[in-house]
Design a protein around this ligand. Structure first.
Ligand code: A4P
Ligand code: MG
Length: 221
């Protein structure tokens, strides 16, 4: 069955104060930022360790795919879900679910981040202490072969290569991609971390868990 045919539809993203800084920067030339004729490939990391973790990851995939200028590569671009122990932040946080998706997008990196912040806000993301528990976190891991180092946006994600909870799902869908700053493939970075890195828990759950439509809030018990 094509899961897209079911009738659950999360609400449209709403503006958030957090996204305001980007909105101000982009509202004036929104059309140019959408670059309708140019398509880019980006990889996004997804994480959740609060509430209905799997439901939040599914809702994020659904919202991304439904967003203007973003398409999730549902055939070959959705990683497995991994249950991972929290890295950094307050003690005694719940375990995370992490995954990653490949998107094609006509949005430039700044407008993509702006859109992601909207989606996170719409899915109940609240920001507290750094690296504290969250309903949903969506990070831009890679965007074409771009490198960007700005106050509000760094691409590739600056800690991508240090984290098994990022590299494990990213290896599923971008193992051969070269990290533009480090010159090693994602698989090579993952192997390096396996040998030298910290031993955080990363357990792979079955494939395709993310392609199930999210349950609409009204239908939840
Ligand atoms: N920002 C800069 N570059 C990017 C980028 N490439 N993608 C800025 C997305 N955002 C980027 O992010 C803070 C700000 O980073 C954004 O407003 C944007 O302007 P945030 O989502 O508010 O907060 P965060 O995610 O807590 O910050 P940070 O520093 O990006 O955290 P990390 O490095 O993503 O780590 N353990 C497990 N097991 N699984 C996890 O998913 N996640 C974190 C967060 C810590 N420990 C974890 C996990
Ligand atoms: Mg984040």
């Amino acid at each position: 069955m094509d899961e897209r045919q079911t009738d659950s539809v999360p609400p449209e993203p709403r503006a958030s104060a957090r996204a305001g800084f980007l909105h101000a920067a982009h509202s004036a030339n929104e059309q140019e930022n959408r670059c309708p004729s140019i398509s880019h490939t980006a990889y996004l990391g997804l994480g959740s360790n609060l509430g209905d973790r799997l439901g939040s990851l599914r809702a994020a995939v659904y919202a991304l795919d439904k967003h203007d200028g973003i398409r999730v590569d549902r055939d070959h671009g959705v990683a497995a879900v991994y249950e991972t122990s929290p890295v950094g932040g307050p003690r005694d946080q719940p375990l995370y679910l992490n995954s990653a998706v490949r998107i094609t997008t006509t949005l430039d990196p700044h407008f993509l981040l702006f859109s992601i912040l909207h989606i996170e806000s719409d899915l109940g993301r609240e920001r507290g202490e750094r690296w504290s528990a969250r309903t949903i976190d969506i990070d831009i891991l890679l965007y074409d072969h771009l490198t960007l180092d700005e106050e509000r946006l760094t691409i590739p994600h600056p800690r991508l290569h240090e984290r098994r909870f990022v590299l494990a799902p990213l290896s599923d869908i971008a193992g051969d991609m070269t990290h533009p700053g480090l010159g090693l493939s994602i698989q090579e970075l993952a192997r390096k971390l396996d040998v030298n890195g910290p031993s955080e828990r990363v357990v792979r759950l079955p494939d395709q868990l993310l392609l199930v439509r999210p349950t609409p809030p009204a239908a939840k018990r």
